[in-house]
Design a protein around this ligand. Structure first.
Ligand code: BEZ
Ligand code: FE
Length: 289
């Protein structure tokens, strides 16, 4: 095609796709090409702006490494990770809602007994919280043997891998639900923190005139064979930024109340939070249980 115009450019590029590519590649590319062309036309993108955007992506690449993925942050700031999570994990049967994983998960956290503390280093003025609850299936039956990974930021707003002054795997743990489906651990009240804004993510936030802050939350990842895994976060009902999270990940059903633990308790606060897991697709439910 020698006569490419604004009107036919999308069809021309789509026609260049090989007939041999997988159907999913075609579906993604056709939609991407049509939307990106429509975006350029609608926003009247100039050549200088295109070059600026390409240089911005180069900067995002340069600051990324095995421990830092700037592109996930960019997708979070634009609401893309939370949207994709909602598409991937639409609630169909009363199961707990998921939300973004974020960039700070680490696999193989310390495996701890029920009720143990994930706090390896105490911080002046922080409040301890006993977190407990029951994991059930969507029929309401307790589920034993669910792996519950938890992780949270320290009172200085940093996850341990961002902070050389915290012990390795501080404020992380892996627990297993007992025969009653119960999990329990001791953590500290999570504080709001800014997502990393010293790189391309910060540039994008500035461009948007938006702030980098997230509400205080504890991350959860629940897994058991035969059930759909759950990646979620529980938000402190009394934290700031519940209504203006930098990454749009808050959901009403994920807000938990941290109440005073009361006399005789060994923590300052207590929070109860139950989860519901859905059977994995293709798993038959056993009617006579
Ligand atoms: C987090 O919750 O850890 C997080 C999520 C998205 C972007 C940055 C951090
Ligand atoms: Fe977080």
């Amino acid at each position: 095609m020698r006569n490419v115009t604004q009107q036919n450019i999308s069809d021309v590029v789509i026609a260049a796709l090989s007939s041999d590519i997988p159907a999913r590649n075609r579906e993604i590319l056709e939609s991407l090409i049509r939307h990106i062309h429509a975006f350029c036309i609608e926003a009247k993108i100039t050549h200088a702006e295109l070059i600026e955007a390409c240089q911005f992506l180069v900067r995002a690449g340069h600051i990324s490494d095995d421990a830092r993925n700037e592109f996930i942050l960019l997708s979070d700031i634009l609401g893309v990770e939370v949207l994709v999570d909602m598409l991937d994990h639409a609630v169909t049967d009363g199961e707990s809602e998921s939300t973004v994983l974020g960039p700070f998960y680490r696999d193989n956290p310390p495996v701890l007994p029920k009720g143990a503390s994930i706090v390896q280093k105490s911080f002046e003025g922080s409040e301890t919280v006993r977190v407990r609850g029951t994991v059930r299936d969507t029929a309401g039956r307790p589920v034993e043997g669910v792996t519950v990974d938890v992780w949270e930021d320290a009172p200085n707003g940093l996850y341990e891998q961002q902070d050389p002054n915290q012990p390795d795997y501080n404020l992380r743990g892996r627990f297993l639900t007992d025969e009653k489906g119960e999990y329990e651990f001791v953590g500290i009240r999570p504080v709001p923190y800014p997502i990393p804004y010293d790189g391309a993510a910060g540039e994008l936030l500035n461009y948007m005139g938006h702030h980098p802050w997230r509400p205080g939350h504890i991350h959860f990842m629940l897994k058991k064979d035969g059930y759909q895994g759950l990646v979620s976060q529980i938000y402190d009902a009394d934290t700031e930024y519940l209504d203006n999270d930098a990454v749009f990940a808050v959901k009403e059903s994920l807000i938990g109340k941290m109440g005073t633990a009361g006399a005789g308790a060994d923590t300052d606060l207590v929070m109860e939070f139950d989860f519901k897991l859905k059977p994995a697709t293709g798993t038959m439910s056993v009617a006579a249980e």
